[in-house]
Design a protein around this ligand. Structure first.
Ligand code: DGP
Ligand code: NA
Ligand code: NA
Length: 216
């Protein structure tokens, strides 16, 4: 007798969309049999390199964008078997960011510099092909006004207004809007309203069947 596998739940969003708070809330509401995985996971050796990239002030970083993109993907791959094992054991897994952040931020970063070639969506998607697809996917859609109002942007590499505007544009281009697993959430609403909608949606989602993977 096999137990039902857990649900793979993804919450994506812009910086200051309330994403990490919502991930914490959902993980708590789903109870003890739930695992939260945050990407990038800065605790691994690859994660240390990613953290150094995100927090350093060097102007030369656009030159290493291809290798950084592959490291962000490798960071997802190094946790892939752990995530699958949790799901197989019947645990729900909540992901804070995943492949859509991977594509959107690298896409915009490659266009923020006039001295390098822009990266294509085709190239950006390839490293993540084969990763598990979420069973339920939320995008926290925060308005620019609200995003700026909330505590302002932080100190990190991508937390600039123009950059965020471009990231929002590319997210909207790549999100799987017609997919029944996908839910666009108005993140200008209150924390409580959003967390209720997310929890109710997860609770109402069907028991997932076979694992699904990103394919070309
Ligand atoms: P967070 O810890 O959620 O604030 O994310 C850190 C920053 O890294 C945030 O600005 C989004 C960006 N980011 C997350 N995943 C990726 C990725 O796979 N590739 C790139 N280039 N940036 C990413
Ligand atoms: Na951030
Ligand atoms: Na965050």
């Amino acid at each position: 007798m096999s137990i039902n596998r857990g649900k793979l739940i993804l919450i994506e969003g812009l910086d200051r969309s309330g994403k990490s708070t919502q991930c914490d809330c959902l993980t708590a509401k789903l109870g003890a049999n739930t695992v939260l995985v945050k990407f990038p996971d800065r605790t691994t050796p690859i994660g240390h390199q990613i953290n150094a990239y995100l927090t350093s002030a060097s102007d030369a970083k656009n030159d290493s964008l291809e290798s950084m993109h592959l490291l962000f993907s490798a960071n997802r791959w190094e946790l892939a078997s752990t995530i699958k094992a949790h799901l197989t054991a019947g645990r729900d897994v909540v992901l804070d960011r995943y492949v859509y952040s991977g594509i959107a931020y690298s896409y915009v970063a490659s266009r923020a510099s006039s001295t390098r070639q822009p990266l294509s969506l085709d190239w950006l998607q390839v490293p993540d092909l084969g990763l598990l697809k979420p069973d339920v996917f939320f995008f926290l859609n925060v308005s620019e006004e609200e995003q700026v109002r909330r505590a302002g942007f932080g100190e990190e590499l991508y937390e600039k207004r123009e950059f965020q505007r471009s990231v929002a544009d590319i997210f909207h281009k790549i999100l799987p809007k017609g997919d029944e697993t996908f839910h666009l959430i108005d993140a200008d609403k209150s924390l409580d309203e959003i967390s209720s909608v997310i929890y109710e949606t997860v609770a109402a989602a069907p028991q997932p069947g076979d694992f699904q993977y990103y394919i070309k």
